[in-house]
Write a new protein. Structure first.
Lengths: 113, 113
């Protein structure tokens, strides 16, 4: 069974700082990878996804993620965070062709103005 | 938001009472899911459905049952609610036709006293 690890549980940054959130998964086959964001009091929304092709994926709101197959990683980055990025971030993985994604435990990001 | 609604949005109930949560979608998606979200645990899959009358268990299915008699409705029932089932419950669908991603409902906050 696949598993997903998000190593940073809580991250606190000041505005304009750079962000990198780690995501590692354990599955040896083809995977589809996702990052979701959950703003306070809201439901999850997709930030970006990777299926194939260019391993550097750009998403909404200036986020990007890089798939490194050899490291089983899909880290989320943003060069300069804003107060409005305060949210919980979830990495999810599903085996290619599956419709049952596995979610990481999430990373809580607080950005101080 | 993929036309997903959940009802009720908030509910307080007593231990031992049955509770049914409803998820309704308007876009005819085949796959539907129920998750619970708890601090420190992220999203955990309770049950999912891959068609009318076709359902299967997720990782935390004990104490929960589901039914799907119509494509648009996916019901989650707590047969006899316990305090450990106090949580936020999210319904989701999988858009397998175009965007190949999950869309989440607004959530139901359930408190079992």
């Amino acid at each position: 069974a696949q598993s997903v690890s998000q190593h940073n549980h809580h991250v606190i940054l000041s505005e304009a700082a750079s962000l990198e959130l780690g995501c590692n998964y354990s599955y040896g086959g083809t995977v589809n990878l996702f990052w979701y964001v959950q703003y306070p009091g809201q439901h999850l929304q997709l930030l970006l996804k990777y299926f194939s092709g260019d391993p550097l994926v750009k998403g909404i709101k200036g986020f990007e993620a890089e798939f490194i197959k050899s490291k089983f990683s899909f880290n989320l980055r943003k060069p300069s965070v804003q107060w409005s990025d305060t949210a919980e971030y979830f990495c999810a993985v599903n085996a290619g062709g599956s419709y049952i994604p596995t979610f990481g435990r999430g990373t809580s990001l607080i950005v101080h103005p | 938001d993929a036309g997903i609604t959940q009802s009720p949005r908030h509910k307080v109930t007593e231990t031992g009472t049955p509770v049914t949560l409803r998820c309704h979608q308007t876009e005819n998606h085949r796959y539907m899911y129920w998750y619970r979200q708890d601090p420190g645990h992220g999203l955990r899959l309770i049950h999912y459905s891959y068609g009318v009358k076709d359902t299967d268990k997720g990782e935390v299915s004990d104490g929960y049952s589901v039914s799907r008699s119509k494509t648009e409705d996916f019901l989650l029932t707590l047969e006899s609610a316990t305090s450990s089932q106090t949580s936020v419950y999210f319904c989701a669908v999988w858009d397998a036709g175009t965007s190949y991603e999950q869309y989440f409902g607004p959530g139901t906050r359930l408190t079992v006293t």
